[in-house]
Design a protein around this ligand. Structure first.
Ligand code: PLP
Length: 385
């Protein structure tokens, strides 16, 4: 496949890697020693990890000691939830969550449910968390764990981590708080960027959503909280995450985190605004948007009237344009359970597409996308006559 002809708007599934982050990693490929080795070469590899840890910590507004590298956001979510549930079980057996969490959270919770935990799902009407429900459940149940994501991967809805922490505090509950920050990391508004480390006990992020590479993530564990490992082995990452470190991926991650600044966020915002304005102009009532009040700008959920998602996706794909029919992780399910939980209509869901923006997309690409969405819409109307 000629990737030069690809127009990529599936950046929420996997973002276009940042060329400078990849270059920085490639430049270190000759440092192949094991970072646990005590000779000079091993120490050099260790130094690369330490530098990356500082960059990721800086992006999370925390200290390097609070950053634990993992192999993915999925691994970070699994380790945090399994470990926190076990740690806090003396304080209760109830977990507060929402039906719109990513499978790397919801599947772990179903596993915990089988071992006796009770799951309480907070409603998410109109795409947004019902915080009053969370407050009441915290007051009335023996809650040991709250797990609510920072930004949703389907509609970009943002949960205010500060308000969730305040709710836990005010209820007098001893619940621990985990947040899946994989989509929100570096994408939420500047005023919320410090919320992850300021208000969560643990949080997960992933390199390939911010211009790093697949195979690297991180678990934030706040200072003073000790987690028991769920993986056993060589004791890397202070004994929490055993396994020889992916130095190459970690270097790319550190650089991607350092480079993802306010300019990148502004670029994403302006591309998104341009897309919405142009799409409304060109498609009129042939397109609708489900945009939660609080959202990240990096993705937008749309629906093409009377055009099934797969039809539009396949048409766009034939033109070299990549979008998601729904989150890639749900793409085998018949309907999209997350969008259904948000209360979106069946008609909207079967025609929904997710457009994910990157700072490396261009305005020309946005114009081409809108033009081809228009073609996809009119193609469907002709064939249904
Ligand atoms: N959490 C959310 C919200 C995601 O969108 C994803 C990936 O799509 C993950 C977790 C899993 O991250 P990873 O792909 O690094 O395992």
């Amino acid at each position: 496949m000629n990737t030069e002809r690809i127009i990529y708007f599936d950046n929420s599934a996997s973002a276009m890697p940042n060329p400078n982050a990849v270059k920085a990693a490639v430049d270190t490929l000759n440092i192949y020693a094991n970072p646990s080795s005590l000779h000079c070469f091993g120490l050099e590899a260790r130094h690369l990890i330490d530098e990356a840890r500082k960059n990721v910590a800086n992006a999370l507004c925390c200290t390097p000691n609070e950053v634990y590298f993992t192999s993915s956001g999925t691994e970070a979510n699994n380790i945090a939830l399994l470990s926190l549930a076990e740690k806090n079980k003396r304080n209760g057996n109830v977990i507060i969550t929402e039906k719109t969490e990513h499978p790397s959270v919801s599947e772990v919770l179903k596993h915990l449910e089988k071992s006796g935990m009770k799951l309480i799902y907070a409603p998410v009407p109109n795409g947004q968390l019902d915080l009053d429900f969370v407050c009441n459940a915290l007051k009335n149940e023996k809650v040991s764990l709250v797990t609510l994501m920072q930004a949703n991967n389907e509609n970009g809805a943002v949960n205010d981590l500060k308000k969730i922490r305040e709710a836990i505090k005010q209820s007098g509950s001893n619940a621990l708080f985990h947040s899946d920050c994989v989509q929100g990391f570096l994408k939420v508004d500047d005023n919320m960027r410090s919320y992850t480390s300021a208000y969560c006990d643990t949080a997960s992020v992933s390199a390939h959503k911010i211009g790093g590479l697949k195979g690297t993530g991180c678990l934030f564990v706040r200072k003073g909280l000790t987690l028991q490992p769920v993986l056993f082995g060589g004791g890397q990452e202070k004994g929490l995450i055993s396994g020889t470190e992916n130095v190459f991926g970690i270097v790319a991650f550190g650089n991607a985190a350092k480079l993802f600044d306010g300019n990148y966020r502004s670029k994403i915002t302006s591309l998104r605004e341009m897309f919405i304005t142009l799409a409304e102009q060109e498609l009129g009532d042939g397109i609708s948007f489900e945009i939660p009040e609080d959202h990240i700008d990096a993705l937008v959920n749309i629906s093409l009237k009377n055009v099934k998602s797969e039809v539009a996706l396949n048409y766009l794909s034939s033109k070299g344009i990549c979008v998601s029919a729904s989150s890639a992780c749900h793409s085998k399910a018949k309907t999209n359970p997350v969008l259904a939980s948000f209360g979106y209509t069946e008609q909207y869901i079967i025609s929904s597409l997710r457009i994910g923006f990157s700072p490396f997309n261009t305005e020309d690409e946005v114009r081409i996308l809108v033009n081809e969405l228009k073609n996809a819409a009119s193609f469907r109307m002709r064939s249904s006559k």
